[in-house]
Structure formats: structure tokens, C-alpha cells
Ligand binder design. Structure first.
Ligand code: FPP
Length: 242
């Protein structure tokens, strides 16, 4: 039976793709080859998510903190992203994937922003998998952005602070339009969120695997979905087993 026929397929899966550097180091290779291999794993994950009927996939590609990595690594990652877009965008578009940039656009250079806007524009009417790419993303930065917009509205008298509610915050998040993630997968074994989707992850199920991101394949993804299928989600309420 396809997973989409079972009742507990997550609508929204988010992935912290960690372990590219370690994958390379363990092979005596430079870190950048780990990132290159990581893109191959990302392609597999996107196709698998789409085939399974998952509605949204959010991947943590580049955090606001990643700018502090060595200059050469940052520029390699940006070039890799550029190259991947150029090579993959037509096929993704044909497969009905809708691409959305999730992150701070305000301080991106013109050419990087253009790249994202082209990908978003081309795929905006697609109805298949929504692929949110968290780029220049930080959960705290996102919440500061929300706080500033709401404060500005209140300061000019357009908003009564007493009226601020969750839906107003949701509408200002970079993930606006996507449901909260049901499942967050982290590869590379670290048990933390690393500033990823801090508001949206309130009731997400977490799945950590020691598999390093470049090794993560369809079987590993299927195991994460099976594990999710067995979880009892309570959203703060009393569980069925009690
Ligand atoms: C973490 O591994 C991975 C990243 C910081 C980059 C992830 C990016 C990609 C897989 C490519 C993205 C490309 C597109 C097209 C969106 P790490 O370097 O922190 O690994 P380590 O913890 O083993 O050092």
C-alpha cells in the first residue's frame, strides 16, 4: 500500500540536512565535496517526497549563521545553489514542484534575489509538492521580523496590541501559506533545532538519525515516515492511551 493511502502521512516534512562536512572528512576529502554530494541527496529527497504525496517539504539549506563560515565555503555553497537551480529548475517545474524561498530577503544581493524570484515566478502556479528552501534563514531573526512589523503597525495606530493573535504571527512568518511541519528530520545525529522553524515546530515530531546527509536515501526517508506513523500526537492534550 502506498504511504499516501495510509492515514498518517505527514503533510509537511522539514529537514535539517546536517553532516556534509563529516561525510567528507571521514573520506579524507575537502568539505565542499560533502556539500556537492549533499545536493544529490537533496534531489532524491525531493523526488521521494513528491512521489509519496507529501504536500510540503522544507529544507534548511543556508542559515543566517552560515555566512560566518570561511569565505571560500560560503562562496562554494552559493555557486552550488546557483548551479543546482540552473540544472534542475525545468525538471522540477515539469514535475509540478512549487519553489518558495523561506528566509530574509532584505539583505540579499541583487543576483541571488533574482535567482530565487525567477524560480518562484516560474513555479508559482504548480500544484504538486511545495519545496520551501530555507535560505538566509534563522528562526529568531524571523520572529524579530514579525515583532518589528507588528510594532510598526501598532506605532502608527493601525493595530491594537491586544488584538495580536497567532494567525497574525503566522501571516508574517516566512513560511506563510504552509502548514506547521508535522515531522522534522535531522540527519548527522545532533539533537537540537539549531534556530530552525522555532515558532512552527511547537508540536512537530522530531526524528534524529545518525545517517549523514549525503548518505540519506529513500530507505532512510521511508523509515522516518514509518516512525512518524507510529507516533501518538497530542498537541498538549491528554493522549488516547491514558
Ligand atoms: C550542513 O552540513 C549542511 C549545510 C550547511 C549546507 C546544506 C546545503 C546543501 C545540501 C546544498 C543546498 C543546495 C540547494 C540547491 C538548496 P555541515 O557542513 O554543517 O556538516 P558537518 O556538521 O558534518 O560539518
Amino acid at each position: 500500500m502506498a504511504r499516501s493511502e495510509q492515514n498518517k502521512l505527514p503533510s509537511h516534512v522539514a529537514i535539517i540536512m546536517d553532516g556534509n562536512g563529516r561525510w567528507a572528512r571521514r573520506r579524507g576529502l575537502p568539505r565542499f565535496l560533502g556539500h556537492q554530494q549533499g545536493v544529490k541527496a537533496l534531489k532524491k529527497a525531493v523526488r521521494f517526497a513528491s512521489d509519496q504525496g507529501i504536500q510540503s517539504l522544507t529544507v534548511y539549506a543556508f542559515s543566517t549563521e552560515n555566512w560566518q563560515r570561511p569565505k571560500e565555503e560560503v562562496s562554494f555553497l552559493l555557486d552550488l545553489m546557483h548551479k543546482t537551480f540552473v540544472e534542475e529548475i525545468d525538471e522540477l517545474h515539469q514535475e509540478g514542484v512549487r519553489i518558495v524561498l523561506v528566509g530574509d530577503r532584505s539583505n540579499l544581493s541583487g543576483d541571488i534575489l533574482q535567482l530565487w524570484q525567477n524560480a518562484e515566478g516560474l513555479t508559482q502556479d504548480n500544484t504538486g509538492l511545495t519545496l520551501n528552501v530555507a535560505f538566509n534563514y534563522g528562526g529568531r531573526q524571523e520572529l524579530l521580523h514579525v515583532a518589528k512589523v507588528l510594532a510598526q503597525r501598532a506605532a502608527v495606530g493601525d493595530l491594537d496590541p491586544a488584538q495580536i493573535d497567532e494567525s497574525m504571527v503566522n501571516d508574517l512568518l516566512y513560511t506563510k501559506g504552509s502548514p506547521d511541519p508535522d515531522l522534522i528530520i535531522r540527519t548527522g545525529g545532533e539533537q537540537r533545532l539549531s534556530n530552525f522553524l522555532l515558532w512552527q515546530s511547537a508540536y512537530s515530531e522530531l526524528y534524529v538519525t545518525d545517517v549523514l546527509w549525503p548518505d540519506f536515501n529513500e530507505e532512510h526517508f521511508a523509515s522516518a515516515l514509518d516512525d512518524f506513523g507510529q507516533r501518538e500526537r497530542r498537541f498538549g492534550r491528554v493522549g488516547k492511551k491514558e
